[in-house]
Design a protein around this ligand. Structure first.
Ligand code: COA
Ligand code: AMP
Length: 638
């Protein structure tokens, strides 16, 4: 197993140059960091551009790499999963040997239910160890999992059921949020009712706080389903076979099914742990995120386990479970070496405990680095965390589509100077250009669309689930020869990237990606709403919040406040509470250009109290004054 890049290259720039000049050599060497049943003879297959595949003739199993090989190497007794749930007051561990047994039985159970390699399995679960077992158990069998975040509503789950067409769904009776128990099973039942595709079986883990009703003939209780199930060995799959589908927001209400392959993913994640995070086998790695997001897939489950680390599965919040000291307590209790979370989590802690008074109660000396991603890391938060924790705070930039960082400071290779506001430099395999609308390459310091030259490195999406044409259209068409990230920004003279904004209608709420187009589609369904727009407004805690502007039909007889409240309920009920949709204001008309384009950017600037210029193409300038007045009624600008 490669602990760190073993070549004679030791600096970031040498390593990066090697990865760009010798793609085959670099990634074949990285591939030796994982176990193969059939070692690949080739790294990159570019025979069918614009589709690129990694390790085309290799065969391996991701669960074997994350679990069995560590048991075989004599580390069966090491903690693999450390479950810490301040929200339920429980904590437990699974060793690698126990995880092997659990995933083997789970895979055997799935097989007995008729699930085979290549079949899809949806996992709709809270942050409990069984969710990790389910993900790895699918990988063991070669089944393709699709984890759906618990904060999504039934209609969103239904869309994913219809797109992924799972044979089985794995769920739990409930999740725990600080102020309430979230009953998952009724949401699952409703989603199956709504979807056209019906799964053959559902396996339900019954949690103590709430028992779910089971549907006879379809639902099985977790333990009963496992009874007498054979322990299955990992099934060899092609490196190019899909490991999972993870849905992410696009510009419309239809989420995109990002596909992750097995081989490229395992190789890239294995490479990342020592080289980016400076963590070695046996160390404790904690990504305080949720398995429903890509950070959870890559850095709660796959990367740390593939690299032989112990991973922390934290079912709680940065504040309120019970207090703003819980992160420090977890670091102390489990000897956490690296913590990875979203800036929002630290903004929440900073707000609740500005002087970090809780910190003195705990020993956090095991921590060497704090990594942040998921949204822009504001300098204030970085400096606060650095000052209080006394460790380097590293911002890195990535997306659901890539599965690992596009830009980072690779502290395991060499700690580069940190520049506040920048997630640092491109990782091996990512060649980044800043492009103008005409595709021309911008000079250092100039703002433009951030694009990555094809081929993308291992782990990046090979396609969208069953939608090759959409993959090309959404990512590869605007700038031929490039992958369009959807982010805008610039590079400085030293090659450091600065991520400034999205180029599409995606907003980032507490590190979660939301599509304003999707929220608009739901709002427009309200019978009294004639027209609407959703914009992202700045929020001190969550980075951005969605704000809906609705125009009511002239014959609407309901009080405006009532319609606004109903609109909020509609979005939360349809998309889920994760939408954090709490701001709606009624206006008479939407501001548009003469060609009919809604001026969302200008409205967002007005709401944020930023300087804005009257667009030359606006059809009626007075509307913007009316909107400013309407926004004032709900306290914007802040
Ligand atoms: N199941 C059901 N509901 C969920 C849920 C889940 N798994 N996760 C969140 N929700 C609900 C919350 O209860 C909340 O509901 P409410 O608005 O009705 O109270 C809503 O979804 C919004 O959740 P969230 O954005 O998490 O806000 P919060 O107020 O509960 O917590 C923070 C605020 C800052 C503590 C929280 O956003 C956080 O920990 N952020 C870290 C970011 C993160 O992990 N990002 C992942 C990508 S790296
Ligand atoms: P997701 O796919 O949900 O992880 O969201 C990815 C998006 O989050 C990116 O395209 C960026 O817009 C944003 N993002 C992620 N990490 C960072 C970062 N370090 N700095 C700025 N934006 C980020």
């Amino acid at each position: 197993m490669i602990l760190r890049d073993q070549t004679s290259m030791t600096t970031y720039s040498d390593l990066y140059a090697k990865a760009q000049s010798d793609i085959e050599g670099f990634w074949m060497e990285a591939a030796s960091g994982i176990d193969w049943y059939k070692a690949p003879t080739q790294a990159l297959d570019s025979s069918k551009p614009p589709f690129h595949r990694w390790f085309p003739d290799g065969e391996m199993n991701t669960c074997h790499n994350a679990v069995d090989r560590h048991v075989a190497a004599g580390r069966g007794d090491q903690r693999a999963v450390i479950y810490d749930s301040p929200i339920t007051g429980t904590s437990s561990t699974l060793t690698f040997a126990e995880l092997q047994e659990a995933t083997a039985r789970f895979a055997g159970m799935l097989q007995r239910l008729g699930v085979a390699a290549g079949d899809r399995v949806i996992i709709y679960m809270p942050m409990i160890p069984e969710a990790v077992v389910a993900m790895l158990g699918c990988a063991r069998l070669g089944a393709v999992h699709s984890v759906v975040f618990g904060g999504f509503a039934a209609a969103e789950l239904a869309k994913r059921i219809d797109d992924a067409t799972p044979k089985a769904i794995i769920s739990a009776s409930c999740g725990h949020e600080p102020s309430r128990i979230v009953a998952y099973k009724p949401l699952l039942d409703e989603a199956i009712e709504l979807s056209s595709h019906k799964p053959h079986s559902c396996v339900i883990y019954q949690r103590e706080a709430l028992a779910a009703d089971l549907v006879e003939g379809r639902d099985l209780e977790w333990h009963a389903a496992h009874e007498g199930a054979p322990a299955l060995d990992p099934v060899p799959v092609k490196a190019t076979d899909p490991l999972y589908i993870l849905y992410t927001s696009g510009t419309t209400g239809q989420p995109k099914g990002v596909v992750r392959d097995n081989g490229g993913h395992a190789v890239a994640l294995q490479w990342s742990i020592p080289n980016i995070y400076d963590v070695k086998p046996g160390d404790v790695y904690w990504a305080a995120s949720d398995i429903g997001w890509v950070v959870g897939h890559s850095y709660i489950v796959y990367a740390p386990l593939i690299a032989g680390c112990s991973t922390v599965l934290f079912e709680g919040k940065p504040i309120g479970t019970p207090d703003a000291g819980v992160f420090w307590r977890v670091i102390q209790d489990h000897d956490v070496k690296v913590l990875f979370t979203a800036p929002t989590a630290f903004r929440a802690i900073k707000r609740a405990d500005p002087d970090a008074e809780f910190l003195v109660k705990y020993d956090t000396s095991s921590l060497t680095h704090l990594f942040l991603a998921g949204e822009r890391a504001d300098p204030d938060t970085i400096l606060w965390a650095q000052d209080k924790l006394k460790v380097p705070v590293i911002d890195h930039w990535w997306q659901t589509e890539t599965g690992w960082s596009i830009c980072a400071n690779p502290v395991g290779i060499e700690m580069l100077p940190v520049k506040l506001g920048s997630p640092s430099v491109p990782m091996p395999g990512y060649e980044i250009d800043i492009l103008g609308e005409d595709g021309s390459i911008k000079a250092a310091g100039d703002l433009g669309a951030i694009a990555v030259k094809l081929p993308l490195p291992p782990s990046c999406l090979p396609t969208i689930w069953r939608a090759d044409a959409a993959f090309i259209e959404k990512y590869l068409t605007t700038f031929p020869g490039y992958y369009e990230t959807g982010d805008a920004g610039y590079k400085d003279e030293d090659g450091y990237l600065y991520i400034m904004a999205r180029t599409d209608d995606v907003i980032n709420v507490a590190g979660h990606r939301l599509s304003t187009g999707q929220l608009e589609e739901v709002l427009a369904e309200h019978p009294d709403v004639a027209e609407c727009a959703v914009i992202g407004v700045a929020d001190e805690l969550k980075g951005q919040l969605p704000l809906g502007l609705i125009c009511l039909y002239p014959n609407c007889v309901k009080p405006v406040d009532e319609v606004c409240a109903e609109a909020i309920d509609l979005v939360k009920g349809r998309v889920g509470r994760v939408s954090a949709f709490n701001l709606v204001v009624a206006i008479d008309r939407l501001p548009k250009t003469r060609s009919g384009k809604v001026l969302r950017g200008t409205m967002a600037k007005i709401a944020d109290g930023e300087e804005w210029a009257m667009p030359a193409t606006i059809d009626d300038p007075v509307i913007l004054d009316e909107i400013a007045a309407a926004l004032k009624t709900i306290g914007y600008p802040k």
